[in-house]
Design a protein. Sequence first.
Length: 388
Amino acid sequence: MPDIINVLQCLSQCLDKTTLRQLSYIVPAMLAMTGRVTMLGISRWTEKGGSYRTIQRFFNSPIMWAKVNWFFIRHHLLDRQDTILIGGDESVVTKSGKKTYGLDRFFSSLYGKPVPGLSFFSLSLISVKERTSYPVMMEQVVKAAEEKPDKKQSGKKVKKQTKKRGRPKGSKNKNRRDVELKPYLVHIQTMLKGLLTLIGLDLKVIYCVMDGAFGHNNALQMVRQCSLHLVSKLRCDAALYFPYEGPQKKRGANKKYGDKLNYDHIPDKYLKEASLVDGIQTNIYQIKMWHKLFPDLLNIVIIVKINLKTQVRAHVVLFSSDLELAYDKLIDYYRLRFQIEFNFRDAKQFWGLEDFMNVNQTPVYNAANLAMFMVNVAQVLIRHFRPT
């Protein structure tokens, strides 16, 4: 097993001597300890020099965790010949009480409903070669005042205003590339720009991979404004249209929408791959199509599965803003998005993302990012035991 002190020496460029020394006490303690990962628990597992007061000072210190993670990944984990993706996702940590910074109700996919807790959005670098996600940046999501429902008005019945049919007089065509981003998307865009600035010329990243919650035009424009291509998923009932190929009128705007796509009868000329496993037939189609809520053509990949015994069908619609991306790479990149979920799982199960009891802003931020940093440390240590 490598010496932890030597592993952390690469961080001397972004951490002062005191913080680095404190981190050198904390990391071995977290690797050895059992039970809940709290400040008190860490202090009990540290050797000489790691008192509770030292741990407390560390958690209250302002630390640039994005730099810490990037320097660590660049020195120990990054292969410059590899294809790297940016992956983004949100994780909800359940918390009780009333005083924790940012405490609110957030939707948790594990519980299937909004739960009281904290929400964190994380950006990671995903290695296509290693099939692994390395978390770099994690920021807390704090709901703005305008996003919270008014308790006084929530119980009252509001009369629905009848809206007239048709388009209002004097309304103009909207440029769907020029969208007004909500505060949540502005927060994520700021993180993306910060990450791209951090990695600079050391790494060329082309694709940003996000789940189906970002399968809409606002998210696409947010990513495109950062000079990245989005790979995500559309709703299974998304209304898609073939490009119009018929004759155009002599006057007026050219027609661009052709026939609407019928998911049960996709033309065979768009079939890219077909396979049969255990009575389940899988067909993969790739088409360049229009969606009326998006300003540009989309690279659409449709995966259709058919149970030959019962004739039950199911399909998934993936898309990318890069029209030249091959169907197999688009599917592979979207599959790799799930690696960030393993980061959240490990951080919660082993490194204290669910355990920390801090309530103030800086300690909460440090506790969450320390848990994600330990995910990267674990990746470095695992490489010494895996056969090459």
